[in-house]
Design a protein around this ligand. Structure first.
Ligand code: XUL
Ligand code: CO
Length: 453
């Protein structure tokens, strides 16, 4: 008989519609609502993360944990605590009604005194997770190894100056990749937590890049060896905790993959707050990854425009998210990726029920962004204007340039005679921005009237 860790919520969070004043009901998210021919749930593939939501006590660099999390009580035996944590997590996933979860090895099982003991702890807990997954139907979106918390990783994992640390990290990833495979995970994530530097004075950039490439090559090889069919994902981030992280952004990751013959082996897991830390919009990162053919999955959250670190707040801007979701829909939608809430509560949100408020708000925001993006796709006007802007390239001149059928001399000759004499044309940015707003507002009015299609 499992404990009731979330007594404020009895049963599944219901759909209440936009008119509902029940804070514990969805306003927009309806898993089985059809959008562009498939259920909302299959478009969004939402996951809850175990680290922020179940393994973090609400501590920060200035203070201790603030949250009411009985399963994190340090006086408990570590494995009893881990079992209680798994029970709490699955009770939450089930009540929230999400199809997926994500975890690091260290989120679900305590680190032992030796590697062998850590692995035994992990495999014991994987048995428990498997039973919870079977009981609730909640699936694994992705697994990952924590290669950044333990002091051995202070100078990085794959990029560590000590090859023994490389080997230790390799052993940890091997185990977690196999665990992810066993649990039927859709993909496997590599976030290079400390794969970067604190000072260039002690750093050999050439060596560290080679080490990282070798590590990723070994992981790809092991994936094939064990027959794991999921996608390997690199999660870009420009800095924090290191001063500079090598997987800076989607374009940097792509260049790295191309340089090391790893194209086709990895895609990216893009996180909204990592994009903004890199000086990009999340929209930019998604569009860039799609353009490079490496878009994979999303860690959905938001940053704070007034400060420069990874605040990992729950997303609440439909305006921003609908642009990113629009790019994903244009690219054909998510395949084995998903939207993982890599987001955490504020430290003052001490009640366990705050976890529900945070996820319900995030899921409603995502659902509305999906409806707005689907409206933009259905109306087709933005796409039509984009295509029209490049129409010249479908003509003889454009075709001959791209077909390498011309020379600078020939082009110059036609310009010199006045045959080619271009005139400026509007980029129509404001018109396009208005079309986006119209789509967002149309969603408002549909949901205002309690439409549940
Ligand atoms: C850290 C971060 C990680 C990865 C998984 O910024 O996003 O939680 O998502 O290791
Ligand atoms: Co993340």
């Amino acid at each position: 008989m499992s404990q009731d860790f979330f007594p404020d919520v009895q049963g599944r969070i219901p759909f209440g519609g936009i008119g509902s004043d029940d804070p514990l009901a969805f306003k927009v998210y309806q898993p089985d609502r059809f959008v562009l021919g498939k259920p909302m749930e299959d478009h969004l593939r939402i996951a809850v993360c175990c680290w922020h939501s179940f393994n973090w006590p609400g501590s920060d660099v200035f203070g201790m944990g603030t949250f009411d999390r009985p399963w994190l009580d340090p006086r408990l035996d570590p494995l009893i605590a881990a079992r209680a944590k798994a029970e709490a997590a699955f009770e939450f996933f089930d009540k929230l009604g999400v199809p997926f979860f994500c975890f690091h090895d260290r989120d679900v099982a305590p680190e032992g005194r030796t590697f062998a003991e850590s692995t035994t702890n992990l495999l014991t807990m994987v048995d428990e997770l498997e039973a919870h997954m079977q009981r609730t139907g909640v699936r694994l979106l992705w697994g990952t190894a924590n290669l950044f918390s333990h002091p051995r990783y202070a100078a990085g994992a794959a990029t560590n100056p000590d090859p023994e640390v490389f080997a230790y990290a390799a052993a940890q990833v091997k185990t977690m990749l196999e665990v992810t495979h066993r649990l039927g995970g859709s993909s496997y994530v590599m976030w290079g937590g400390r794969e970067g530097y604190e000072t260039l004075l002690n750093t050999d950039l050439v060596r560290e890049e080679r080490q990282l490439a070798r590590f990723l090559g070994l992981v790809a090889e092991h994936k094939r060896r064990i027959g794991f069919k999921g996608t390997l994902l690199i999660e870009p981030k420009p800095q924090e905790p290191t001063k500079h992280q090598y997987d800076y952004d989607a374009a940097t990751v792509y260049g790295f993959l191309a340089r090391h013959d790893l194209e086709g082996e990895y895609r990216v897991n893009l996180e909204a707050n990592h994009a903004t830390l890199a000086g990009h919009s999340f929209h930019h990162e998604v569009a860039q990854a799609v353009a490079l053919g490496i878009f994979g999955s999303v860690d959905v959250n938001r940053g704070d425009y007034q400060n420069g670190w990874d605040t990992d707040q729950f997303p609440n801007s439909v305006d921003e998210l609908s642009l990113a979701v629009y790019e994903i829909l244009r690219a054909g939608g998510l395949t084995d990726g998903g939207f993982n809430f890599d987001a955490k509560l504020r430290r003052q949100s001490v009640d366990r029920t705050d976890l529900f408020h945070a996820h319900i708000g995030g899921m409603d925001t995502l659902a509305r962004a999906l409806l707005a993006a689907a409206t933009m796709v259905e109306q087709g006007e933005i796409e039509r204007l984009r295509e029209q802007r490049y129409a010249g390239w479908a003509g003889d001149l454009g075709k001959s340039i791209l077909a390498k059928d011309t020379l600078l001399e020939l082009l110059a000759g036609r310009v010199a005679t006045g045959e080619i004499d271009p005139s400026p044309r509007s980029g129509r940015q404001e018109l396009l921005e208005n079309l986006v707003n119209r789509a967002i507002w149309e969603v408002d009015s549909a949901t205002d009237h309690g439409d549940t299609d």
